[in-house]
Design a protein around this ligand. Structure first.
Ligand code: ADP
Ligand code: MG
Length: 229
């Protein structure tokens, strides 16, 4: 087994003149390549902050984050962006598609950033996998929430990430649409062999992953590996 994400003594604090707020408190955590993990916990427990640190979107106040054998701690903003583009996919609760780009163009962005050639066919292939071939030239505002999230799934998988982070990917979707998006997420993940880390309130979704981590007030209070009967 190989470790793809290794978090050592990670803390995050927000300091103002008057006070210091500890959001994450000396977290230790590692993930094996190819595994699926969910992170649950009450609102405000630090899940989004934690995911952002793991994915190199944000920086810890102290401690160390090693992602796919790259230590992120001392990297500049640009260097972290390069690491993300090479190894990381991210799915947000509110989709975060670029509003001025069409569905196909949104999917092409990570490929363009990598300087790849012939990216339109690759993006079309991904759009087909999420069942939106006929929506290629539509802008995000012209798509439903479920369709936008399917585009963002295609975008997240476009650079064949080593690890994919999803922050409440179904939080803004209704039950039936959620189910569709989740099935697609797990199917694409299985096909690509990606490591998957999902923040969710949905216990049904969490139960589909190999491991469930519970966060509360910035500390890990439970870490359960699924046992296979
Ligand atoms: N930029 C920030 N400045 C100050 N406090 C923040 C900032 N971002 C998040 N927080 C606080 O950190 C805590 C954890 O937030 P978050 O990670 O979003 O939790 P969760 O995703 O579990 O709901 C919350 O109390 C939130 O208000
Ligand atoms: Mg959150």
């Amino acid at each position: 087994m190989e470790t793809i994400l290794n978090i050592k003594e990670v803390s995050k604090q927000y300091k103002s003149a008057a006070s210091s707020l500890t959001i994450l408190d000396h977290i230790n955590f590692s993930i094996q390549r190819g595994s699926t993990v969910s992170i649950t916990g009450p609102s405000g427990s630090g899940k989004t902050t934690f995911l952002g640190l793991c994915a190199g979107l944000d920086r810890a106040t102290s401690g160390s984050v090693e992602l796919n054998h790259v230590v992120l701690d001392q990297l500049s903003e640009d260097e972290r962006a390069a690491v993300r583009n090479r190894y990381v996919g991210f799915i947000f609760q509110n989709f975060q598609l670029l509003p001025t780009l069409t569905a196909i163009e949104n999917i092409m962005v990570p490929l363009e950033l990598r300087g790849e050639k012939n990216i339109r066919p690759r993006a079309m292939e991904l759009l087909d996998k999420v069942g939106l071939t006929d929506r290629a030239n539509h802008y995000p505002v012209q798509l439903s929430g479920g369709e936008q999230q399917r585009v963002s799934l295609a975008r997240a998988f476009s650079n064949t990430p080593a690890i994919l982070f999803a922050d409440e990917p179904t939080g803004n979707l209704d039950g039936e649409t959620s189910e569709k998006v989740i099935r697609l997420l797990f199917d694409l993940n299985k096909e690509a062999g990606t490591t998957l880390v999902i923040v969710t309130h949905d216990l049904e979704l969490a139960s589909r992953t190999d491991r469930i981590i519970k966060l509360k007030s910035g500390v890990i209070i439970a870490d359960e590996q699924k046992t296979y009967a």
